[in-house]
Design a protein around this ligand. Structure first.
Ligand code: ADP
Ligand code: MG
Length: 813
């Protein structure tokens, strides 16, 4: 069965060595009850551990069923312990956090026996040792004798050839010892039992053979045996523990230290919690930003202006001239800077050519809700108010073009964004629309300008507004030729006269409109809107008018007789004009934004003659310019906006620098800015919170190391039962996995709970709903990070556990 041939085992302890087994040759029968006796330190335990494969011998040979163990690898020894040997220890060595049944099953679990068979076999064995009724108890609920019976049942579970028992009754009273001894005697009928005992009497009473050791050598053998039979087909079943079984084992272990595990998981969850909260906030804010861009399609169209300053350039300018300078310097000298020149250098002249306009026309129509073109020409609109005739003052936002008609010449875009409160949509260009804000309000200055009276009670009847009449006066009637010059109307009499001109176009308010609730259009002042066609007609007339034709010829201003400002730029010599003022009086901002438009009334036009106006600008103002100075493109969807931007960028790729057209995307500018800032803040905060992840990782490492120390005995038992080193590290990896997963889940849970008050507070402060939102992908990634980091933290302790010497582990070291 088992044969030792000149086997020697030497312990190395520092400088000195002990030959615990010294040149021992012994052979054993397949079924006999061998008692090993001898003084303490004579080598009994060492002999048993060598035979049990828990210790390796260093000289000689050991044969198992005539097969040499010289060639055994680590895993062969593991399999050998599992298949062929059953251990019984003086102190029982049961795994405390497992039930009696699971303890007995462990060896079967390691050799991969299925659950049902395992259960059946274990209960049979427990029945045999008289403990079936106790199988669901924990070991600590049993007496010493009962625990040793459990150990015997466990030793028998895999039906081994050899039972090794090291002083099995050493901790038991004599009565209980008798019971255990008779059980072992019974077992020895068909198994080899090697039992170490310090009681010669016990050895004589029960054993069929007594071997006495002294200083590692056999000094007596009562019934020697010469191995003869040849049994060569010895097969070992390899052992292993699945990760699932490792999880169960560690899960049950963790259940015995719930409080500590919970505290560990909570502490370790702080990092995940921090990162999760930050990601939730940044994710939510980014969503808000994206929504803003989506929702602002109507209020922030893509804009093209003939003259503009790139917003990016404006913002990057900050410190004016480039040189680094000291703030609040001590020196009493003046320094120069070139802020104004810099701004002027940044001015972009967008070449809105016929080619470009055609290019715009070719944007696929499905991408566009509407395009609004605006021209520099200024309309002369008069109205009667308080028995006076006055010019509608466009500088107060009184008159603006409607966002254009679509390809069907219908106001579909306007209709989709505004509700008609009263009246009708205009049938032709003589119809005007009065725009009010979301509260039906209109600014009093605008009302004054467009000639609508209001009383102190602030309410105006729709009927007082509808059909209110205006006169569009053409340039030939508006400006009167006087000698070489022209005269703009100035007195009330002038106005009254031109108000009655037969050529005038009668305009009237056809309807009152208000932005729809979901349109995201914000009207600030309110005012009148006219159709693009009206302006086109006016321009056509203006181009044929006397003043325009004469002005084209004249080098001086026909209203003042003075020279024009030079078109050739010499910014230093000229008075600085803010870029917007330098533009011809175009309605640079779409009506929807409700911002005041530029100088437009005749009186102001007259004032403009005093200013540094170029001839070109003055002519555009009069209407001698058929190209738009401002184009607003309203995309139909968020995606089509991107398509349009790509399309417009393609123009610039092929164009020479001076022909390029810069498109302003206000919404994208705002979102890019805030989005970029958000991402930077997020990265900084996540990096900060990640430090606590690293701290958690180290903490988990320490906790697992403590667990390894605590579970040392268990490691020894598992090894004795045939667990591989790999299985041991698996057990601890399973423990870290559980802690990592729980801390991840806790962190996410806490973060989720915190988003509730965070969202409440943000809502109170900003009216933004559900800003903090955990993204499912973030949740998954954070759980994975938590598990991976804790596993990394647990790797070293798990390795320490796996490398533990099984014999030392069994003795708790
Ligand atoms: P017994 O079981 O008969 O009391 P052991 O087999 O435990 O004897 O020990 C035999 C000898 O080996 C003793 O001298 C003991 O001190 C020594 N010994 C046992 N284990 C170790 C060890 N791990 N390291 C060093 N010496 C050991
Ligand atoms: Mg001993």
């Amino acid at each position: 069965m088992i044969e030792l041939k000149n086997t020697t085992k030497t312990y190395q302890a520092g400088d000195y060595t002990v030959k615990a087994i010294d040149d021992v040759s012994l052979a054993f029968r397949p079924n006999e009850f061998v008692a090993v006796v001898g003084e303490s330190g004579s080598g009994k335990t060492t002999l048993l551990n060598v035979i049990g494969g828990l210790l390796s011998y260093d000289e000689g040979e050991m044969l198992v069923r005539d097969r040499s163990t010289q060639s055994f690898k680590k895993t062969d020894w593991d399999a050998y312990r599992n298949n062929s040997v059953g251990f019984i220890f003086q102190n029982y060595q049961l795994i405390p956090h497992l039930s009696v049944l699971s303890n007995v099953e462990m060896g079967l679990t390691l050799s991969g026996v299925d659950k049902k068979t395992r259960h059946q076999r274990a209960s049979e064995l427990l029945d045999r040792v008289g403990l079936k009724a106790h199988m669901n108890k924990k070991p600590s609920q049993l007496s010493g004798g009962q625990m040793q019976r459990v150990a015997i049942a466990r030793a028998l579970a895999n039906d081994p050839d050899i039972i090794l028992a090291d002083e099995p009754t050493g901790a038991l009273d004599s009565e209980t010892s008798e019971e255990i001894m008779s059980l072992l005697t019974e077992i020895s009928q068909d198994k080899l039992i090697l039992m170490v005992t310090h009681s010669r009497d016990q050895a004589k009473r029960y054993a069929s053979r007594i071997i006495e050791l002294k200083d590692g050598q056999v000094i007596e053998d009562t019934h020697p045996y010469q191995a003869s039979s040849r049994d060569t087909d010895y097969q070992l079943n390899k052992t292993g523990m699945s990760f699932w079984n490792a999880l169960k084992l560690s899960g049950q272990n963790i259940m015995t230290k719930k409080g500590r595990t919970l505290i560990t998981a909570v502490a370790a969850s702080i990092g995940i919690f921090g990162v999760a909260v930050i990601l939730a906030l940044s994710n939510g804010l980014n969503n808000q930003i994206a929504n803003f861009e989506r929702e602002s399609l109507a209020s922030y169209p893509l804009e093209i202006q003939s003259e503009t300053v790139s917003v990016e350039a404006m913002m990057s300018m900050g410190e004016a001239s480039g040189e680094e300078r000291e703030k609040y310097p001590q020196e009493q000298t003046l320094l120069t800077k070139t802020f104004i020149e810099d701004i002027e250098d940044m001015q972009i002249n967008n070449a809105i050519t016929d080619d470009y306009l055609n290019y715009l026309e070719d944007i696929p129509r499905e991408y566009i809700q509407a395009i609004n073109y605006d021209y520099p020409a200024s309309l002369n609109v008069l109205t009667e108010f308080d028995d006076e005739v006055r010019a509608v003052d466009r500088s107060t936002g009184g008159l603006e073009t409607l966002p254009g008609k679509d390809e069907n010449e219908e106001f579909n875009f306007v209709k989709s964004k505004y509700d008609l409160l009263e009246g009708d949509w205009p049938a032709d260009e003589s119809g005007l629309l009065l725009v009010v804000d979301a509260y039906n309000q209109i600014d009093t200055t605008v009302l004054d300008s467009i000639g609508i009276s209001y009383s102190d009670d602030q309410e105006i009847d729709f009927n007082a507004v509808l059909d209110k009449e205006y006169q569009l006066v053409y340039q030939d009637d508006f400006y009167t030729k006087e000698g070489d010059l022209y005269r703009a109307p100035q007195s009330q009499a002038d106005y009254e006269e031109i108000y009655e001109e037969a050529n005038n176009l009668d305009l009237s308010i056809a309807g009152v409109i208000r932005p729809k609730e979901d349109s995201n259009i914000e009207v600030r002042l309110g005012g009148l809107m006219y159709s693009n066609q009206l302006k086109m007609d006016f321009i056509a007339e203006a181009q044929e008018s006397d003043i325009v034709e004469d002005q084209r010829e004249a080098d001086y201003h026909l209203l003042t007789g003075q020279a024009f400002a030079s078109d050739e730029e010499d910014p230093a010599a000229e008075d600085f004009q803010a870029p917007t003022q330098m533009e011809p009086p175009a309605e640079a901002i779409p009506s929807a934004s409700g911002a005041p438009a530029e100088i437009t009334t005749p009186t102001e036009a007259y004032a403009m003659t005093q200013a540094s106006m170029t001839k070109e600008e003055w002519l555009s103002y009069l209407g001698d310019e058929s190209k738009p100075s401002y184009i607003a493109i309203y995309p139909s969807t968020f995606d089509s906006k991107n398509e349009i931007v790509t399309y417009l960028e393609a123009w610039n790729e092929d164009a020479a620098e001076e022909d390029q057209v810069i498109v302003t995307d206000m919404a994208a500018l705002i979102t890019d800015l805030s989005g970029g800032l958000m991402n930077a803040i997020t990265i900084a905060l996540v990096a900060f919170a990640s430090i606590s992840l690293v701290v958690s990782m180290i903490m988990i490492g320490i906790i697992i190391y403590v667990s390894v120390l605590e579970r040392t005995g268990e490691i020894g038992i598992l090894r004795a039962l045939g667990a591989r080193e790999k299985d041991i590290s698996r057990v601890f990896n399973a423990e870290t996995f559980i802690i990592g997963l729980s801390s991840g889940l806790l962190g996410i849970l806490f973060a989720y709970l915190l988003t509730i008050p965070i969202n409440y507070i943000i809502y109170q402060l900003t009216e933004l709903e559900n800003v903090a939102q955990l993204h499912p992908a973030h949740v998954g990634a954070l759980l994975a990070i938590s598990v991976v980091l804790t596993l990394i933290g647990g790797i070293i302790p798990a390795r320490i556990a796996a490398k533990k010497d099984p014999v030392l582990a069994l003795s708790g070291q």
